[in-house]
Each structure stands twice: as structure tokens, then as C-alpha cells.
Write a protein that binds this ligand. Sequence first.
Ligand code: GLV
Ligand code: MN
Ligand code: MN
Length: 418
Amino acid sequence: MGVALKDSSGAVSEDRLWQRHADMARLGATPKGGVNRQALSAEDAAARNLLMEWARARGFPIFTDAIGNLFVRRDGTDAKAPPVMSGSHMDSQPTGGRFDGMYGVLAALEALEALEDAGIRTRRPVIAVAWTNEEGSRFQPGAMGSAVFAGTYKLDDMLAVKDWQGVALKDALQETLKAAPAPMREGDPGFDVGFYVEAHIEQGPRLENAAKTIGVVTAIQGSRRYIVEIGGEEAHAGTTPRAARKDAFAAATRIAAAMYEATTDADDTLRFTIGRVEVSPGSPNTVPGAVTFTIDMRHPEDGVLQAHEKKLHDIVARKARPCSARIERVTNVAPTGFDPRVIDLVRAKAQALKLSHMDMPSGAGHDAMHIAKLCPAGMIFVPCERGISHNEIENAAPSDLAAGARVLVGVLQELANR
Ligand code: GLV
Ligand code: MN
Ligand code: MN
């Protein structure tokens, strides 16, 4: 071994970090260059195995917990000190990109390796974590592993959740842990954490438009998800007169149109998405008897979400006739403000590294919103091409990913000695 560098940021390897994204992108690769690596799938298990292989090669101990969160640890000098933690998720949307979530996990591993390569000892342990099921596209709700870790969702409730095919999360988790075995930490998920910092691609266009490399994340907007169920009556498409129809899809379109109108705000801040629609029985010549659709609604102010939730209820009550309809809220995550000490430190490290930066809130949800309830937390954003995410063509520049990792390791090193 040569002379210890003592500069963890300088020990970040852009090539290693980029190559790891390429290696992970093979697992669940899709034709347009993205990934389909949904939570607790065979592809998710493969990603877990690859992460563990890299961790073991560096001698970092690994462990998992009862919801399948995967931890990689670099010991500190004070075994009793609560660790500094960093990470994100390795699961993806069905047509996801290579960087959403994976960047935060690989940047955290890069941080551990950079500390190792620079020969730096820290007081607290530093842990890289891959949280289970952040995306929430296969199993709802999303950000599940971090929420269970934080005690926001109950483990047993989450184990009972079923995917759209009726597979229980408990069974998918068992399969995953069998295919990607790691030492199990006994008891309910969760332990003391000193600080948490998550790196992520921005998933929006603000950094790129402002030509900045680092987003100093100040907050995450609130988000609520709903399911709308409409009941009609199946009937023959060729013979049934309009007056006799209870067409569940026609009711769904009336409801949806009114909801889009009610959620169109002048300053374009409220986010409203209907992302999944199921029409039953799904036959071209049968009037649909049932429709289910999902709603994802977000805003930085909880009061605005509350007011719009009332509007959604009113619309469902007013527009369903002659069908029946109900709306149910499935998740409600309040806006998160990050800790000023972590925010200031991220900004200071970006500045010290002479990286252009700006303060910004997050439009997307992240595991950090749950861990922020446990300890001082913050996030670091890097740009992604044209702000495109939740899309197979999602892309980011190797130099920006490395810049974010340099800020991250500097922040983690400092927090690990506090
Ligand atoms: C995470 O992917 C989110 O939906 O914000
Ligand atoms: Mn993500
Ligand atoms: Mn995502």
C-alpha cells in the first residue's frame, strides 16, 4: 500500500462508479437501454447478489433485515456510536432507467470504498443501504423498506401486501432472500442511526437548465396515493341502449376529466397522475362492468393536498351515476424538511470541491423522507439528461455522478466523526 491519501473525495473513482452502473444495468435490461427490475423479482435478487459480491471483495460485512433491506457496513473506531448511513434503492419501475435509486446505492458503496482506499478511519461506522421496494409499482406502498425501518409502516401489514397478480410480498421476499442470502439481523427492522444522506439523480430538469452540478436538497414535497373503484354492469356492446347502460369506463372518463380540471393550478405546482387503469372484463364487445384506477397527487404544502383530496371525493360522488364509485387513500406522506446541519454541510462540501450548486426541493419521493424522522437527514442531487426519469432512456453523465459521490463521501466522513 502506498501513502494514505487522507482525502476521501479524491479517492472517488469515476470509472469504477460508472462501470458499476453498467454492470447493474445488465440485470433486468430492457430493449431501449433501461431496466425492469421490480421489487423482489429475480432481477432484484441478482442486483443484491452483485452488490454483496462487491462488498465482500472489500471485506465489508453485510446484513439484511426482516423486510429485506440490505446493509453494507464499514466499521468505525467507536463500535457503540450510531452509524452514518447512505443509500437508496435498487428496484425499478417496469420501464425504468439505470440510475433512479441505483445511483444512490452505488454512490454510497463508492463512498465506503473511497474511505477505504484513502486509509481514513472514522469514529462512527458508515453503512451503505439498499432499501426494499422504493418504487411501489409492483407492491404498494412505495418506500416500503425505509418506512418499516422508521416504524411508519408495520412489518406484518407490509408482509401481507399483494402485487397486481396476487403474489404476497412475504412469499416474494422469501424467494428473494433465498436467491440472494445475507446474514439476517434478528428482530423488527430499525436501529439507531446518527445521520442519513441519500444521493439521487434529480429526475427533473432544473439542474440541467441552470447548468449546475449539485442540487442541495432542502425538502421533499408531500404525496398521497389513492385508488378509485367504479362499479357498473356488464352488458352486450351491440344491443344495449345508452339509457340502459352502466358503463364503468364511461363513468371513469367523466371522473378523470373532472379531476384533471380540478387539479390544474395556475402556477403548475400540484402534480396529479392517473398511472394505472384496469378495465374489466376487458373484452371489446362487453360494456365494462368495473374499472379501477390509481391516483398519485403531490404538492409541497399538506393543506393544498388536503383541500384537493376533498375535491376528489366530491367528484367521485357527483360524476359516477348511474354507476357506483368509491375513492380510498392508500398512502399519505407529509412534506419533509431536511435538517439544516446536513443541508449546510452538503452546500459547504460542494463549494469546497468548487462544484456549481443550487438549493432545491425534491419533486420525487425518496427513502430519505422516512429516515428523516429518525435522525438528521439530507440529500444530494445530480443532473439527469433533459430531466427524464421513470423512462428507459433516463441518462446521466459519468462526471456528474462522480461529482455527487465526491460531495457525498466528504459529507459522510465529516458526519462520521461528529
Ligand atoms: C419515486 O419513484 C416516486 O414516485 O417519487
Ligand atoms: Mn428513486
Ligand atoms: Mn423512481
